[in-house]
Design a protein around this ligand. Structure first.
Ligand code: NAP
Length: 309
């Protein structure tokens, strides 16, 4: 039986795999999309200690190569559930089942949707959740960004160079993100803030043609013609598939102790998917290292109890 299943190949999962492999354990990383998780979309990373500056995809590649060089294996499949049968932990991918002695959940979060009619239909047809991935499709065009946090502001900084006009629609009068970036965008001629407003409709049948924006104070609505909408309204966890083996908080994040233990012996959670205060690369890497170390202890204890029972 393989020792450890790492579910999710972002920085938490890859860090966990690196620690577990270096201790000589067998590890399979389940990753249904791209290794690296959110860092792949991060643009330039300048807050990872010891690395002055690196592009997100390059850091993701380095981490993946490091984990594989140490012996980690991968399954390019989406995990749909888990089951626990005493000391056997089953990872379910559709109709396939894989057996492990321990699991580390590192599934991160996914983009929050606006919840508008046709949002799913128009995704990839004008609606995007990643400016760094899709921005270049909108060169010279008008685009709208939804959101008021650092992602929305950073998207504005990136898109202002590519697009003819960038609107940032935010539901409050003040941005939540970095005031220095707000000031920088305020001084940019092709960027316009639409505050205290929300997007209420997406226009266009098969491709996005515009959005309807409603002023929350006055109730007035207007249409903005645009070819791209970048939704940057935060992220949400996707942990329901792990119930009932983990406990979730009110926002859907996995409850762990400081040692990344969940409600089930031998199942750990690390990175953005768990309840925590600071979700950053460095805290995800740290979680992954702690989870792997505790998983190693769990495997040792499990082996001893098997020998002496
Ligand atoms: P965030 O900080 O949670 O901001 C989400 C924004 O979306 C908020 O302004 C929120 O409005 C708005 N929002 C949420 N739900 C909405 C809805 N249904 N409709 C319209 N607007 C909605 O998320 P984030 O910007 O993705 O950032 C996540 C974390 O990563 C933050 O801690 C951030 O600082 C960090 N980050 C850092 C950097 C950097 O350091 N350069 C870059 C990106 C992200 P309210 O303000 O009204 O709640």
């Amino acid at each position: 039986m393989t020792d450890i299943a790492v579910i999710g190949g972002g920085i938490a999962g890859l860090s966990a795999a690196i620690y577990a492999c270096r201790a000589g354990r067998s590890v399979v990383i389940f990753e249904g999309n791209m290794f690296g998780g959110q860092i792949v979309y991060a643009g330039r990373v300048e807050n990872y200690p010891g690395i002055v500056s690196i592009m997100g995809p390059e850091l993701a590649d380095d981490l993946r190569n490091q984990a594989f060089a140490l012996g980690a294996h991968s399954e390019s499949r989406h995990v749909t559930g888990i089951e626990v049968h005493r000391d056997r932990k089953i990872v379910i991918c559709g109709d396939a089942e894989h057996e492990f002695r321990s699991i580390i959940i590192c599934t991160g979060t996914e983009s929050r949707k606006l919840g508008l009619k046709n949002e799913e239909l128009l995704t990839g047809r004008g609606v995007s959740y990643c400016a760094h991935c899709d921005g270049s499709f909108f060169k010279g065009k008008t685009v709208v960004i939804a959101g008021g946090g650092n992602t929305a502001l950073d998207d504005g900084v990136y898109l202002k160079e590519l697009c003819a006009k960038v609107y940032i629609v935010h539901r409050r009068s003040e941005f939540r993100g970095n005031p220095v970036t707000v000031k920088r965008l305020e001084r940019t001629p092709n960027v316009e803030f639409i505050l205290e407003s929300e997007i209420t409709a997406l226009l266009g049948e098969s491709e996005l043609q515009g959005v309807t924006v409603r002023n929350k104070k006055t109730g007035a609505t207007k249409n903005i013609a645009c070819r791209g909408l970048f939704v940057a309204v935060g992220r949400v966890p996707k942990n329901n598939i792990f119930l009932p083996y983990v406990r979730l908080d009110g926002n859907g994040y996995i409850e762990t102790d400081d040692e990344m233990r969940t409600a089930t012996d031998g199942i750990f959670a690390a990175g953005d998917c768990r309840r925590k205060k600071l979700r950053q690369l460095v805290t995800a890497a740290s979680d992954g290292a702690v989870a792997a170390t505790k998983a190693l202890e769990y495997l040792e204890a499990d082996l001893k109890s098997a020998v002496y029972s």
